[in-house]
Structures are given as C-alpha cells and as structure tokens.
Design a protein around this ligand. Sequence first.
Ligand code: GLN
Length: 204
Amino acid sequence: MTTVGVLALQGDVREHVAVLTACGVDAGPVRRPGELAAVDGLVLPGGESTTIVRLARSFGLLDLLRDRIKDGLPVYGSCAGMILLADRVDDGGSPLEETFGGIDMAVRRNAFGRQVDSFEQDVDMLGLPGGPVHAVFIRAPWVQDIGPDVTALGRVSSTAPNGAAGRIVAVRQGNLLATSFHPELTADGRIHAYFCDMVRNTAA
Ligand code: GLN
C-alpha cells in the first residue's frame, strides 16, 4: 500500500492523517529519519514555519528532507508547509533563514495580515474537477512570484482582504504541491486525493 507521512514536529498533523486515511493510503506521523526514509509521499502541515525548520534540524531531518525532495519525493505543503517548500521567502516579520526548498517561488509570510485577518473564500483550482474549493486562510502566506517551471493552480478573487486580490495561493512544480490554505480543516478531501494520485503515480 502507498505510504504517505505527515511531518509531525508541530502543527495540525492529526487532521491531515485523517483525510489521507480517507483517501485510502497508509498515513501516519513522521518524526524520525527512518520514518522519513520509508514514505512514498509527505505532507508538511500548517503551524509555524520557523519552529518546524528548527525542530527538523534538531531531529536530524533537515538534510534528509532536502535530499528526498531533490530525488523527487512527492510533497504537499499547506500554509506553513507552503513556506517550507519555497526556494525564497519574502519575510514581513520574524526572520526565517532557511526552508526545505524545492519550488522555484518566493512566498510572503503572514501576507494577508495577522491572526484576526484570517478569512475563508472559494478558490477555483486548475485541474480539480467538481467546482471551487472552500479555502481557509489562517495567517497565511501568498505566492509573490513563480519561476517558469511552476504552475499557478489557484488565486484568490477580488474580495480578498489586504490587497490580496488575484494573488496566487496554490502551486505545483513537478512532484511538489503547495497551498496557502488548509483543506484538512474542511470536509472537502479533493486536494488530498489529488496529492495521493501524485504519490501513487510516482510510486507505480
Ligand atoms: N504564519 C505561519 C508561518 O509563517 C503559517 C500559519 C499557518 O500555517 N497556519 O509559518
């Protein structure tokens, strides 16, 4: 069976494990290098990107993560996870010196504003049948710019707050998928299902 791990250093791990399990994969938390080496795909959950990077280093996962991403491991990053997959971070606040990297993009942390500016909006996703996804943004990043190999899968509409109209909030580059928002907090499992298909196609 296809195995999809959820990086379990900090953040909303359980919610991702539940949605992945509903997609029919063998899902579980990943904390140790041995667990990371064994998965066919990995989810980077929301949380605090600075904390997750620090813990990844102290758990001895940082270099292995980077190597597995370079070798083509399918990875889906949500919110803080999106930041961790970005090659470049345009930081509005506390510094984040390094990420795991992999997607040729710059993201802006806390771009939509503070916690109180968290909001929800329907977002049309390229390649995802069944209508827009209901996107929950919690101190979310947006994508500032993307390189030529990155596909913008979704953007927020003109009603988004803080000058966010039209900003990119979902991207894919090869086996790497990232969203600014948190599909694991809604009843809509389509983004996880899309990711599980990416993992199955790679593992096959
Ligand atoms: N603001 C957080 C960060 O910069 C991300 C928030 C989230 O994952 N919900 O890491």
